[in-house]
Every structure is written in C-alpha cells, then in structure tokens.
Design a binder for this molecule. Structure first.
Ligand code: SDX
Length: 391
C-alpha cells in the first residue's frame, strides 16, 4: 500500500496543559480570570488590578496595588540606547514588526532578568515587560508619524500614561479625558488573557525550552499579528470601511458564505466560543459610551457594524455554524474613536495580552515538572522508499 499509518485520534486531543489562570466556556459564552467573571472585572476593576490578579492569583488590596503599581512605574522607561533600534526601521514599518524586533531586543539589555530558574529574575522580567510595552507601542507610533518620542510620566495611571505617550507632543500636552482613559483601560482588561489561544500557546512552547521571557513574548507578538488572530481587529475595521454602506452588506454576507471567495467576516467566529463572545458585548457597550462622550453616536461605521451584526445573526449560515461577533468586531471602531490609528490596533492588543502571556509563561516555568514542549504529528507521507529502485 502507500505505507500510510492508521492512527488513534485520541492522541491528537490531549490537553496541552493544566492552568489556573483563565477559564472559558465556549457554549455558555463565559470568561473567568482566576474565577472572576469578565463582566465584573470590566466594570469594577482597572487594568492594574487585573494584571495583579492574572500574575499573582488574586485582586490586590489597596496596599498591594500601591506596591504593584509603584513597581511597574519604576520600569516604564527604556534604556536610552533602545531608541537607536527604531532608526533602523522604515517610517512606514508596521508597528507589529517594530514590536517583534524591539521586545526581543530587550533581552540584550536586561541580563539581570534572564535566568528563568531564579524567581526574582522571573518577577523582574515580568514587571519590565508589563511596564515597557506601552512605552514601546507609543514609540512605534511616534516614529511612524515623525514625532519625537515622549517619555512616560509616573504621575499618570498606566493607561493615561499610554495615551500621554501616544498623543502628547513637546509643544502640546495631551489633555487626559477620564471617560476615554476608562474606555481604553476596559479594552485592555478585555484583551488581557484568553487561556491557550494561538499566541499564548506560542509563548508557552517557546518558554518550555528555557528561552528568555523577552524572546518568548516576541514570539507571541509575531503569532498575534496574524489576521486570523489579533490582526482581526485591524482587518474588521478595514472590512467595515470597504463595505461602506448598509446597502452593500448583503453583497459581503454572500461573499462570506462563498468558500471560494476566501473572504470571511472579520470579527466573527471563534475557535472556542460557539455563543456570543462575552467580550464583544462589553466592547459594544464601551463603544457606545465613547461615541456618546465624543458626540459621535451617529458614527456611520458603528451603525454599519450593528446592522451587519443584526443581519448575520438572522442568517442561517452564521447561526448554524454558531458564528457570533468576537472581541475584535467592535474594538476597531472604539479605538478609532479614541484617536488610535488602525495600524496600532494589534499593537495595543499585544500590549494588553502581555500580562496574559507573562502570567501563563510564569505558571509554566514555575512548575518543577515542566518539560520542553513537543507537539506530536500524524505522519501521512510515504514510507520505506528505496533509492536503488528510483535509480
Ligand atoms: C481572536 O483563540 C482565541 O482565544 C483568540 C482570541 C484571543 O483572545 O486570543 O479570542 C482572539 O483571535 C478572536 C478571533 C479573531 N479572528 C477573526 O475574527 C477572523 C475571522 N474569523 C475566522 O477566521 C474564524 O472564525 C476563526 C479563525 C476565528 C476560527 O476559525 P475556524 O476554527 O476555522 O472556524 P470554525 O471551525 O468555527 O468554522 C466553522 C465554519 C467553517 O465553515 P464550514 O467548513 O463549516 O462550511 O464557519 C466558517 C468556516 O469556514 N467560518 C466563517 C467565519 N469563521 C468561520 N465563515 C465566514 N466568516 C467567518 N468569520
């Protein structure tokens, strides 16, 4: 015969790891961070509370939060030489290409945080990654628009400081709007972790070899960049702009059903959720709040998105395949309203997901029985061929 092996499908479905961090029930549309429902965290907590929760296992007391935030603030600046990496990039480099490069390069500066067998090194590299991602994302934006880099300000909250570094210039300080800061902070909470998604699995697999955490996070950023994963928020906004008007929705719905078109509705469907992604509902509410705050409640893209959602959720193709809006469907509209350029959306997703990646990496590395990852394959190729016969 062809030498094809038969196989036991069971081995293909072995769970990749035990984890205590995030729980998803795809059928119920449930998402818990360390047991807390995302709906409660998004309303009652901020991103620093959530970061402490994911990394350390519980929400911080007032004193613990003060200490954690203080530690993060100590590390928001980059080594001054890091800025020379930026000059090597073209001005129109995609921010994700800049982040993959600069986050990996952090390993060349912090030799005191590379020994993963040392708990203090692990803590230090975790804090540095959480603290420096906003600075790097903001710098990648400033570089792309030819503005001077803006240094972090420790008198501002984590998210307000990010908006300051993004939008302040030497000649004009960004005016902090608390409603908008709160909205972006909630977006960071919604993106913070999502159990073993593709980029988190990438970070775990890279980390299982003992690679340094900066390199592992750079690997996660590279994976998140893909349009089927974190790149979907950028792709979803571009899709809405391409649809352009409510009258053109049926044309795109038809294309999305046609397998040969290669077109999928960006921001719809999910590997795990076969119900509404709870983050999508929270993102839509946040979108509505921001647009109202900015007097943009008639935003045509938001109206278009809601109409597209309504039509898709009445269409048997989507309903029968349990395709619902996911976290990426509305996030592009609200980030646009916040003044964030579309090419930064996935970079902000990476900034938020860094705490999830770091918490999952730390959980794996701290397990004394942890071994190097070695996914198995299903060999379906030719076997036992003979060169002599070929000759
Ligand atoms: C994220 O894993 C995570 O947790 C990821 C994430 C996280 O927080 O880390 O949640 C973030 O990545 C969200 C997903 C963002 N991606 C997109 O919005 C891109 C568009 N979505 C699709 O590419 C797709 O839905 C995936 C990639 C998300 C899931 O792909 P699957 O697993 O192939 O989808 P499926 O098996 O559920 O598909 C079932 C059917 C298929 O058709 P049939 O073969 O049954 O006829 O639905 C079709 C698919 O072709 N389908 C779609 C579709 N998504 C699936 N058809 C049209 N439009 C879509 N968006």
């Amino acid at each position: 015969g062809t030498g094809k092996f038969s196989y036991d499908p069971g081995f293909m479905s072995t769970a990749s790891c035990d984890s205590t961090i995030t729980y998803i029930d795809g059928d119920k549309g449930e998402l818990l961070y360390r047991g807390y429902p995302i709906e409660q965290l998004a309303v009652n907590c901020d991103f620093m509370d959530t970061s402490h929760l994911l990394l350390k296992g519980d929400l911080p007391s007032a004193a613990e939060k003060k200490e954690f935030v203080g530690l993060v603030k100590k590390h928001t600046m980059l080594h001054e030489q890091m800025q020379f990496f930026f000059r090597g990039f073209r001005r129109d480099a995609h921010p994700m290409s800049v982040l993959v490069g600069t986050v990996g390069a952090l390993a060349s500066f912090y030799h005191d945080a590379l020994d993963i067998s040392d708990a203090h090194h692990r803590e230090l590299s975790a804090i540095r990654l959480i603290a420096k991602m906003p600075t790097l994302v903001a710098m990648s934006y400033k570089y792309s628009v030819g503005h001077p880099f803006v240094y972090p300000r420790n008198d501002l909250s984590y998210t307000a400081n990010f908006m300051h570094m993004m939008f302040s210039t030497p000649s004009e300080e960004y005016r902090i709007n608390d409603v908008l800061v709160r909205a972006l902070d909630r977006i960071l909470i919604l993106h913070a972790d999502h159990e073993q998604n593709a980029s988190t699995s990438t970070v775990r697999l890279a980390g299982s070899s003992g690679a340094n955490p900066f390199g592992c996070i750079a690997a996660g950023i590279a994976c998140l960049w893909g349009p089927a994963h974190g790149g979907a928020n950028e792709a979803a906004l571009n899709m809405l702009k391409e649809i352009g008007s409510i009258e053109r929705i049926p044309e795109f719905i038809k294309k999305a059903k046609d397998k040969d078109s290669g077109f999928r509705l960006m921001g719809f469907g999910h590997r795990v959720y076969k119900n509404f992604d709870p983050r999508a509902k929270l993102m839509r509410e946040t979108c509505y709040e921001v647009l109202n705050e900015l007097g943009l409640h008639d935003d045509p893209l938001f109206k278009l998105a809601m109409e597209l959602e309504r039509i898709a959720l009445e269409d048997d193709y989507f309903v029968s395949r349990k395709l619902y809006p996911n976290v990426d469907f509305y996030s592009g509209i609200v980030q646009s309203a916040l003044g964030i350029p579309v090419q930064l959306f996935t970079g902000i997703f990476a900034m938020a997901r860094t705490i999830g990646w770091v918490a999952q990496w730390n959980e794996m590395i701290s397990d004394p029985d942890q071994k190097i990852g070695r996914p198995r394959q299903l060999f379906v190729g030719e076997t036992h061929r003979d060169v002599q016969i070929k000759r």
